[in-house]
Design a protein around this ligand. Sequence first.
Ligand SMILES: Cc1cc2nc3c(=O)[nH]c(=O)nc-3n(C[C@H](O)[C@H](O)[C@H](O)COP(=O)(O)OP(=O)(O)OC[C@H]3O[C@@H](n4cnc5c(N)ncnc54)[C@H](O)[C@@H]3O)c2cc1C
Length: 411
Amino acid sequence: MYQLIVVGGGPAGIAAAIAARRQGMKTLLVERYGFLGGMATAGLVTPFMHTLGAGGLYQELLERLNKWDAIKDNRFFDGELMKLVLDEWLLEEGVEILFHALLTDVKVEDGCIKSVTVSGKGQEISLSASYFIDGTGDGDLAALAGAPMNIGRESDGLCQPMTTCFQVGGIDVGIDDTYMDAYKARKPLTELYLEAKKEGRIKNPRENVLIFPTTRTGEIHFNTTRIVGKNPVSLFELTEAELEARKQIIELFSLLKEKVLAFKNAYITRIATQIGVRESRTIIGAYQLTEEDVLSGRKFPDGIGKCSYPIDIHSPQGEGTRISTLKAGDWYEIPYTALYTPSLKNLLVAGRCISSTHEAQASLRIMPTCMVTGQAAGTAAALAEAQKLTVDQVPADELIRVLKAEGADLR
Ligand SMILES: Cc1cc2nc3c(=O)[nH]c(=O)nc-3n(C[C@H](O)[C@H](O)[C@H](O)COP(=O)(O)OP(=O)(O)OC[C@H]3O[C@@H](n4cnc5c(N)ncnc54)[C@H](O)[C@@H]3O)c2cc1C
């Protein structure tokens, strides 16, 4: 019997597990893959987006990545080294880990989760705990427990597009030094891409080529495939999305090899293990964060994290990306009430599936902020356990005090 089970080992889940463990909870982290990191590793999303308010465990992760020489400019990290850094970190903290375990069922009695079932290799294992945290990104645990959920935008339920990230190495920067700097390379590559789109050779609906540096010279990270109109929690639609995104990779990679001299001998170094999901289910919590909260820089008495990243919506339908920024230097707060739903007494939610509208989620979904909500959820679970409280009874001022003592950047 565990005191806490965290399902999902992405940025939110790892932060939740470490935070709870540091407060003394016997914690199990359950993950469907054989490594941690979520989108940061399986999704090959290797730049951190910057925001105010990402202190605490996120800063500790940066320190660890720097020690391994696995990150450039505190932003672009090596997705493979990230796996090693996270193994080492979680084990040092004393978090127990169960890999290759897919959450498939949840038992609830009187609004309390009693156990979860994980499946793999022909086995079904039932695991019990006093508290549970959903760090699955897709809200699988909350949905299986019967929590009220939302998916996509209010008007039509469409989510942000999915993207399979890939990285190309062997780019000859001696031939053309434009490709030393991925930001400089965006313009010529986009011109070529748009020309090929006009000719019908490129079918990707995206409006430009979105690329970032990696930790290596002669290698570029591509965040540029775009799959629209598919439901990220339908297995059939996910399959179609995986296949279509990899077709887009072939289209673009072969175009670059053929038309750009510096790419003549280039090769694909990595393709993400799974298609990247920006948005899917979110819980409908005690409070749902909105676009107005984000853009007005709203502060809450129970604010457990802050964020200044803009609303960044890749069009769910086709071309275009909408960016709406906060006032310079301002930030909004994420209230504790966005991390639970009143109908479940021992479940907290962290990361990109917390209670937020399509628009607000498009800001708080970045990895540093997912770690912030993870740290808050793990800490809240420990406070609840210590006093045998339901999650809605956790005193917010006490939670904020402990988070600050653990390095969180709060008022
Ligand atoms: C293409 C793309 C580009 C992005 N770009 C950036 C960027 O540049 N910078 C940035 O900071 N953020 C970026 N983001 C956002 C960010 O990567 C995610 O929002 C963030 O990783 C979400 O963290 P999470 O922990 O909530 O979920 P995830 O990272 O999705 O992790 C969820 C974890 O739960 C596991 N899991 C899921 N379901 C189950 C189950 N049923 N049983 C067991 N385990 C399960 C998964 O395997 C995974 O390890 C991007 C996202 C995408 C998709």
